[in-house]
Design a protein around this ligand. Sequence first.
Ligand SMILES: Nc1nc2c(ncn2[C@@H]2O[C@H](COP(=O)(O)OP(=O)(O)OP(=O)(O)O)[C@@H](O)[C@H]2O)c(=O)[nH]1
Length: 879
Amino acid sequence: MADITVQHLAKVVGTSAEKLVEQLKDAGVKGKTITSTLSEDDKVKLLTYLRESHGKAKKDISAPKKMTLKRKTTVTELKQAKGRGASSVSIEVRKKKTLGRSAEEIATGLSSDELEEAKRAAQAHQDLVQEQGAAREKEQERASKKQEALDKIEAEKQAKLAEEKAILEAEQAKEAAKKAAAEAEEAAKRAELEAKQKPEPQPEPEPKSEPVEEPKIKIASPEIMARVKAEADAKKAKELGRKTDKKKAGSKFGGGILHVDKKPRRNKKKGGGKTRDIRLESDGKHGFEVPTKSIVYSVEIPESIIVSDLAQRMNVKAGEVIKTLMGLGTMATINQPLDQETAVIVVEEMGHKVVLRSDEDIQAELLADVIEKDGKEEPRGPVVTIMGHVDHGKTSLLDYIRESRVAAGESGGITQHIGAYRVKQGDSMVTFIDTPGHAAFTAMRARGAQITDLVILVVAADDGVMPQTKEAVEHARAAGVPMIVAVNKMDKEGAQPDRVRNELSQLEVTPEDWGGDTQFVNISALKGDGVDELLEAIALQAELLELSAPVDVAATGVVIESRLDKGRGPVATILVQKGTLNMGDYLVAGEAHGRVKAMFDEHAKAVKSATPAVPVEVLGLSSATEAGVEVYAAPSERKAREIAEFRQNKSKQARQAKQQAAKLEQAFSQMEDGDSATLNVLLKTDVHGSLEALKSSLTNLSTDEVKVSIVAAGVGGINESDVNLAAASDALIIGFNTRADASARRMIENRGVSVRYYSIIYDVIDDVRDALSGLLAPDIKEQIVGIANVRDIFKSPKLGAIAGCMVTEGYVKRDLPIRVLRDNVVIYEGQLESLRRFKDDVQEVKSGMECGIGVKNYNDVQDGDQIEVFERIEVKRKL
Ligand SMILES: Nc1nc2c(ncn2[C@@H]2O[C@H](COP(=O)(O)OP(=O)(O)OP(=O)(O)O)[C@@H](O)[C@H]2O)c(=O)[nH]1
C-alpha cells in the first residue's frame, strides 16, 4: 500500500484524525499532524500499540470495548485523468459487524455462548413461572366454577322444593275451594228448597244461579292467592341462584321430568304434547306460569327391550338410560337388549310407573284382529298321524293307503310328497299326516299345535311292544288323542296278535273285545289285508269325535312342512284347521309373512281355496318356517308384516341372549374342565321335520366328556356360506337328503372340510356316536410284560446297585416302567436305568435268560425281590 496521510487513515478506520494523532503519539510516532504521511513503520507501530492497548481492555474501561470491522462490499475507483500524474480515488463501502464483546459480556464476564445460555435459562424460568401462575389461575377458576355449580344445584333443589310446596299448597287451596263450592251449592239448594217450601211472594225473583255463582268467585280468590304464593316462592327460589335450566332440572332422576308450563303456542302442531297450559278458571285474565307436577309415565315393558326403545317410552334421551344403567353398575350400549327385570329397575329408578307386558300378551293383542272367533261350525274329516316302533311298518302302511286309495281315486294318480294327503272313506275324507314318527309329532306339539285328531299305532305282530311303541302311547295320551292300534305284519308266520294285545293292555291300551275302549285292527301293510277295516275304524272313531270347524271365516292352520325350493322359493305345506284359505290371502306363519301366490293339493293340482282339514302346498311366504308353526290369514299386509316382525325381533333378541349365555357357558366350561371335547356339526336337511328330529337326537348324544355342538342347522342344499362356516368352526357337515352345490363342492375340496351325506336318520346317529367315541379320552390299561427274579446284587462304582436277575416270564425291555416287589408287595415303582447281558448294554432280554438290571434312583434292591416290567396301553372307549 502506498503511503497514506493521517487524515486518510483516520477516515479509513472510522475515527477522528485528532484522535489518531494522539494515538500515534502514544504509539511513539511523534511529530505527526493531520496532514502528515505515515510510513509502513509508523503504521506497524500504531497497530502494535492498538493491539496492546486492546489487550488491556478489561482493566481499562476507556479502551475500545469492541472492534468493529466493515465488510467491504463495493469498490469504486474514481479516476482523475487531468494533468500529469493522474491519480485514482478508491471508494469502498463496508458493512458493520460487531465481533467484539458486548457490554453485557464484559459486565458479566461470560462468553457470548454462556450469556446466550443464561438468557435462555432465564427465559425458560420466566415462562415456567408464568405457566404456573396461569395454571394456578385456572385451578382457582375451576374451583370457583365448581362451587358455583354446587351452589346452583343447591339453589335448584331449593327451588324445586319450593315449587313442590307451592303446588301442594295450590292443590290444597283448590281442594278447599272445591269443598267450599260444594258446600255453597248445597246451601243454595237448601235455600231454594226452603224457598219452595215457603212460597212467599217476592217482587222480583232473583236468578236461581246467583247464590251458586257467588261462592265460586269467593273461593276463586284463595286459589289465586295460593298460586300467586307458589309463583312468588318459585321466584324467590330462583333468586337464590337458580338460572332456569329446565332441561337439567328435568333430567334429575327420582324427581321425574319437570315440565314447566308455557304460554299457549299458536303454531303447535299437536295440542298438548309434553306441556300443559294451566290457566286460572276465575276470569281468564290471569294466566300464571305455574310449574306442573313431574310427569310420571306408565312405561310398558316387554320381556326384552332395547335401550333406545326404553328411553323413547320414558321420553328421555338414550344417554339418560345408559347413565342410569351405569349408576346401577351395568355398562350398556344404545342398541343393547335389556331383560325385563333390568328394564323395570331402570324405569323405577327414573321415577316412572312400570307396566309389565309379556310377549304372549303383545302377540295376543296383535293377533286379536286376525283371529276370527265366530263362524258357523260345519263337520270336517279327521286328521290322522301314524306312529310306532322302527320297522314296524309305518311307511309301508302310508304307502299302501296312498297308492291304493289316492291313486285309484284320482285321475292320473300322480301324487307328490307334500307332507299330508287325503283319502276318501265313505262320505268323508281322511287326512293323513305323511311324516311318520314321534319327532314330528312332538315338535308340533311342543309348539302348541294339536293337529292330529287320531293316532294310528302300528305294532308288528311278530315283534310286539317295543320302546318306541311305549313312547308313542305316552305321546298320544299326553296329547289326549284317541288311538287305533294297527297290528301289522299279520301275513308273517311268527305273527302273534294276541301277544300285542296283551302287552298293550299292560300299558292300559285295552282292546274293545277285551272290555276296553281301543279299536284293534289286524292288517298287513305289505299285502293290504285289513287296511279297509282300518280305514273304516278311523271313520267310525271320527264320527264319535263329531269333528267340526267354522268354514266362512279367515283361515288359521299349521305348517306341516316347509322348505326352500330352488325354483319356487319358500314352499310350505299348510293344514287348514279353521276357515277357508283363499288365493291372494295375506298370511303370517311364525316369523314369515306373505301372500298366497299359488296353492296346490297333493296331486300338484292348483286349487283356489282350502277348507278345514285340507292340506295344501302354498307359495308366497317370505321364508321357510319350522314345522308346527301356526298360520293366520291376516286382514292386511301391514298386519301380517307387523306380527312377523314382532316375532323376528323376539327371536333375534332371544338368539342374542342365548349367544351371550353360550359364550359365557363356553368360557366357564373351558375354565372348569379345560378339555371337554366337542364335535361341531353343521346340519342341512331336506325338510324341517327331519331337521328337528336330527338336531335333538344328535345333541342328546352329548355326555359330560364329549359334546355335540350344532353350529348351524337349516333346510336346503349345502352352499358356500355353509362350507365357510363349517371351515371356520371346524365343523363336520351333515347333509340329510341334501347335497352341496357345485361351488360349495369346490370349496369343500379346497378347504378340506368333512362332509357326509345320509338318507337314514339312524345312520347319522350311529356315525356321530362313533365320531364322539373317537373323541373320548381312551382308557389306560396296564399290562405286565415280564418278570425277573433277583438272584444277586453287585455294586458297580458307576451304576450303583445292579441286580443280577433271571427273566422268568415274558421279557424285560429297557424303556418300559418297572415295579420292585418284595414278598409280592410293591415297594418301588420307577424306570430301568441299565439293562445288560454280561458286559453289553441290551434293549431286551427274554424269558429264561440272565441279565443285570440297574434301577433308576433306587439302590435297595435285594436278593429274592422280583422286578415286574409292565406297559401302559390305551384302550379306546365307546359311547
Ligand atoms: N311281511 C311284512 N313285512 C312288512 C309289512 N309291513 C312292513 N313290512 C316290512 O318291514 C320293513 C319295515 O317297514 P317300514 O314301513 O319301512 O317300517 P317303518 O316303521 O316305516 O320304519 P322306519 O321308517 O324305519 O321307522 C320293510 O322291509 C317292510 O317291507 C307287512 O305287513 N308284512
